[in-house]
Design a protein around this ligand. Structure first.
Ligand SMILES: Cc1cc2nc3c(=O)[nH]c(=O)nc-3n(C[C@H](O)[C@H](O)[C@H](O)COP(=O)(O)O)c2cc1C
Length: 451
């Protein structure tokens, strides 16, 4: 255990007294003392320097105003009058970010408290690199260079992927590295067919935008990697998988993220292609029947890494604000209420342009004939999966309003510019959700009307 000792002392406290005090404290909270901390006015005390030398620890001094900001368990008015802070020993422990494990004890002239130091994070410059590679990782589909990838480099990237966490350390992934053009052509054909099918499913206005998007670089990259998952790997008793088998696929997906980040750091672009029926790819790649495709990646050197996602730059979609995604203690309790926030945003919203969506609140699948329809199902039983149906079983009208706001704002992030709201259910929740849709639409500058 790495410890910090907080010390308060009178001028010229004898070393033997201080040492005996600290030793008695360390007997109760043993560990490796890294740091001795005191107030700046006592920085020059010889006993402290000797203690630091003898314990092979760093000596640090903190100004009284910083110590006074801490909330120690045993503050003292007397100490405050003498030093300008109600606590030195305990406050010093807290001020260096340690957990106080032994409250202050005193001798005739000194006090000592002990704290436990957390394991250190990286230095600021190293931290910056980690956050930078995460922020600057991009899904790349264009601008690949006709350059081979060095085997050692590719191995380094795969090593990082292989270091991913996995449920029960089952490591359910494998990496099928594909360079062969004939194989890539067959996979490319599958993606093209899926691209056409997706385009055909879109409303006209959205399709026109989609036509301008590139969604894969299978033939433009020298290396494709099929990342697979063996859901049974490790046998019957894999730790942590028994209650939630999805954890196997999560593990493989995390390996892909590791690969993606390591590739970015090495200057390799990666594009994830999911325009596939996974079984069809498995067929082309002749995978064993128990192995499933998780991700198909196109990898190569690129002319640049864009600052923002391509879908943002092309106006197809927008990033979701972090505040919407963080809930405190219970679902829906955000830093600012999403409904209040939407009402405020509505005051200065700029008129949006984008596709029209008809929202049928309380409708069912029969309402999905037209591609611009989206059903909101409020029934308590989960309907069969269908991307045309949003299941929002609101528990109260207030929650229904929040759901409505959120749906409208999330649709706006996906390029929707116009909402037509149709109420097919007279319940209080459905009515409230329809109202929430309108509030959310106004917040994003969407035009909205009732059908
Ligand atoms: C599971 C998954 C599947 C994806 N499938 C595709 C795809 O088929 N085609 C494509 O162009 N991008 C695909 N992407 C990339 C996303 O569009 C991209 O991650 C997103 O727009 C954010 O951009 P960024 O990765 O550059 O930050 C996929 C990403 C993930 C995580």
């Amino acid at each position: 255990m790495k410890l910090v000792v907080g010390v308060g002392l009178r001028a010229n406290t004898p070393y033997a007294e201080l040492r005996a005090l600290v030793d008695s404290a360390l007997k109760e909270a043993p560990g490796d003392v890294q740091l001795i901390v005191t107030v700046t006015s006592k920085e020059a005390e010889l006993a402290l320097h000797r203690l630091a030398d003898d314990l092979n620890a760093e000596l640090r001094a903190i100004p009284p105003n910083e110590l006074a900001e801490q909330t120690p368990p045993n503050p003292s008015e007397h100490v405050e009058q003498l030093t300008g802070t109600p606590s030195v020993a305990e406050a010093a422990v807290l001020a260096v970010g340690a957990e106080l494990i032994l409250p202050k004890r005193r001798s005739a002239n000194a006090t000592a408290a002990i704290g436990r130091l957390p394991a250190p994070g990286y230095q600021p410059a190293d931290r910056e690199v980690v956050h930078r590679v995460i922020a600057e990782r991009r899904d790349v589909r264009r601008g690949f260079l006709n350059l081979p990838i060095d085997n050692d480099l590719l191995t380094r990237v795969l090593e990082s992927a292989h270091r991913a966490p996995s449920v029960g350390l089952s490591q359910p992934w494998d990496f099928l590295v594909i360079r062969d053009l004939a194989t890539r052509r067959k996979v490319h054909d599958l993606a093209t067919a899926q691209r056409d099918a997706f385009a055909a499913s879109l409303p006209d206005d959205r399709r026109a935008k989609f036509d301008g998007l590139k969604i894969e670089a299978i033939l433009d990259t020298p290396v494709n990697i099929a990342v697979t998952c063996d859901p049974g790997r490790g046998g019957r008793h894999v730790l942590g998988r028994h209650a939630d088998p999805r954890t196997t696929w999560f593990s493989a997906a995390i390996a892909i993220q590791n690969l993606w980040l390591a590739a970015r750091a090495e200057g390799l672009g990666v594009g994830w292609v999911s325009f596939f029926e996974p079984a069809e790819v498995a067929d082309v790649l002749d995978l064993p029947a128990h192995i499933e495709l998780v991700g198909y990646l196109c990898v190569g050197y690129v002319e640049e890494f864009a600052a923002a996602p391509e879908l943002v730059r092309s106006g197809w979609a927008k990033r979701r604000p972090l505040e919407w995604a963080i809930h405190h203690e219970e679902w829906g309790r955000r830093e600012a209420s999403i409904v209040e926030d939407a009402i405020q945003a509505g005051h200065n919203a700029v008129q949006a342009v984008g596709q029209r969506v008809r929202l049928i609140v309380g409708g069912d699948k029969a309402d999905l004939q037209q591609a611009d329809a989206l059903v909101i199902d409020l029934t308590p039983t989960k309907p069969q999966a269908d991307f045309g149906v949003l299941w929002r079983p609101a528990r109260t009208p207030a929650e229904a309003v929040e759901f409505g706001v959120e749906i409208a704002r999330d649709l706006a992030l996906q390029g929707v510019g116009q909402l037509v709201v149709q109420l097919a259910d007279p319940s209080a929740e459905a009515t409230a959700l329809a109202h929430g849709l309108e509030v959310g639409a106004s917040a994003c500058g969407l035009t909205h009307s009732r059908a």
